[in-house]
Design a protein around this ligand. Structure first.
Ligand SMILES: Cc1ncc(COP(=O)(O)O)c(C=O)c1O
Length: 420
């Protein structure tokens, strides 16, 4: 009998194996505050790393282009049914490879190249795919961006309405990557109706909060809703589109064959697992804690005299404006990283600095909540942020904070990671 040469990763490719182990250790030892990240559970990781990656399944359940779908069809159907149950949507497509392809499919389903689009501008907290000029969405469509009010940094609905009437968009986006407040989907609906636009809500950041019942849902209000599945939702890297039944055909056609080929079945299975986890009562507690942790952190940061965009938060995001601290966002983010606290520099509304070297840092509480941090860890965290931002070049201080962070993290092993 022939022996199969099929060694485990550690033996086949120790270079990659060691790098993965290094990343695992980093995710264990550091306080991860990047608002778009989380810790997927062991079950989600198992599905993601399964043999489903071997299978091609162009098409949809019952209508595939290849044979051998007797296990794939029920997997995709389960993922769809669970997402429908969780979000109360009429139609769900779980095939988008991620958030950006999901948004691209929306353009293809409803628009022709050159059509007018309106979305939250990137510097005000929007996403590239909502019409920003360096993205295909800004290059192939005639896009305009609305912003936030100068006085309180909340979405400027007067501007949304004015631009909608002026620009006559066929599609209006609501949704964000860096906006710490609840979205008023009904107000967007009103404006979309006034100008006859399709309303698309991108809930990539807040999907977990919506599933957990701590943020209002746009489903039933927006015509189409897109999301990633890996941020607060805590699933695999993937995308999903929800829509009203009347748009089901257009959306499915836009995803496949419009912009994609075969779905990533391993991801589809992991989305099904994540949806099952999100249907469990503990997920509601997680979502509530994500928001509570963000609020506690915001209050503590304010007590340390930091300036927060909008003065606080309603969701998982806290955006610190460091202009008054005289520390560029990048310098702060790099110093925090050396101290074991990982976040990203971020533009703040009306930023005087360039996008690559902006004035703020963005913090998200999804990952730390998944590992069990609560109010007392949020208080410690705010203290560490203050110390580091006050002396970003004091390497001795950064090393001391890093040691304290490591010790704190050791008491909160995150889901999906076992380190020896
Ligand atoms: C609001 C929003 N939409 C879409 C995306 C794109 O998702 P992906 O990076 O998975 O393509 C992001 C990513 O951060 C996002 O924040």
């Amino acid at each position: 009998m022939a022996t199969l040469n099929d060694p485990p990763l550690a033996a086949r490719d120790p270079e990659i194996w060691n790098l993965i182990k290094g990343e695992e250790r980093r995710e264990f030892d550091k306080i991860r505050l990047i608002a778009s990240e989380n810790y997927a559970s062991r079950a989600v990781l198992e599905a993601t790393g399964s043999i489903l990656t071997n299978k091609y399944s162009e098409g949809y359940a019952g209508k595939r282009y290849y044979q051998g779908q007797e296990f794939i069809d029920p997997i995709e159907t389960l993922a769809i049914d669970r997402m429908k149950q969780l979000f109360g949507a009429e139609h769900v497509n779980v095939q988008p490879y991620s958030g950006s392809p999901a948004n691209l499919a929306v353009y293809l389903a409803f628009l022709k190249a050159g059509d007018p689009v309106l979305g939250l501008a990137l510097p005000a907290g929007g996403h590239l795919t909502h019409g920003w000029n360096v993205s295909i969405s800004g290059m192939y469509f005639n896009s305009r961006g609305y912003g936030v009010r100068r006085e309180d940094h909340r979405i400027d609905f007067d501007e949304v309405r004015r631009l909608a009437h002026e620009h006559k968009p066929k599609l209006i986006w609501c949704g964000h990557s860096a906006y710490p407040r609840t979205l008023d989907f009904a107000r967007f609906r009103e404006i979309a109706d006034e100008v006859g636009a399709i309303l698309a809500a991108d809930i990539a950041h807040i999907a977990g909060l919506i599933a957990g019942g701590v943020h209002p849902s746009p489903i039933g209000i927006a015509d189409v809703v897109t999301s990633t599945t890996h941020k607060t939702f805590r699933g695999p890297r993937g995308g999903v589109i929800f829509c009203k039944a009347e748009h089901a055909k257009a959306i499915d056609k836009a995803v496949f064959p419009g912009i994609q080929g075969g779905p990533h079945n391993h991801t589809t299975a992991a989305i099904a697992v994540a949806a099952k986890e999100a249907l469990a009562p503990e997920f509601k507690t997680y979502a509530k804690n994500v928001v509570e942790n963000a609020r506690t952190l915001a209050e503590e940061l304010l007590s340390h005299d930091f300036t927060l965009v909008t003065g606080g938060t309603d969701n998982h995001i806290v955006l610190i404006d460091l202009t008054r601290n005289n520390v560029p966002g990048k310098v702060a983010a790099q110093a925090l990283d050396r101290a074991g606290i990982v976040c990203n520099s971020n533009s703040v509304p009306f930023d005087q600095r360039k996008p690559f070297d902006p004035s703020g840092i963005r913090i998200g509480t999804g990952s730390v909540t998944s590992r069990g941090f609560g109010p007392s860890e949020m208080k410690r965290l705010a203290g560490w942020v203050r110390e580091v931002v006050s002396a970003p070049e004091d390497e001795k201080l950064l090393a001391r904070v890093a040691a304290e962070v490591r010790e704190c993290c050791a008491a909160f092993p995150p889901p999906g990671i076992v380190v020896s």
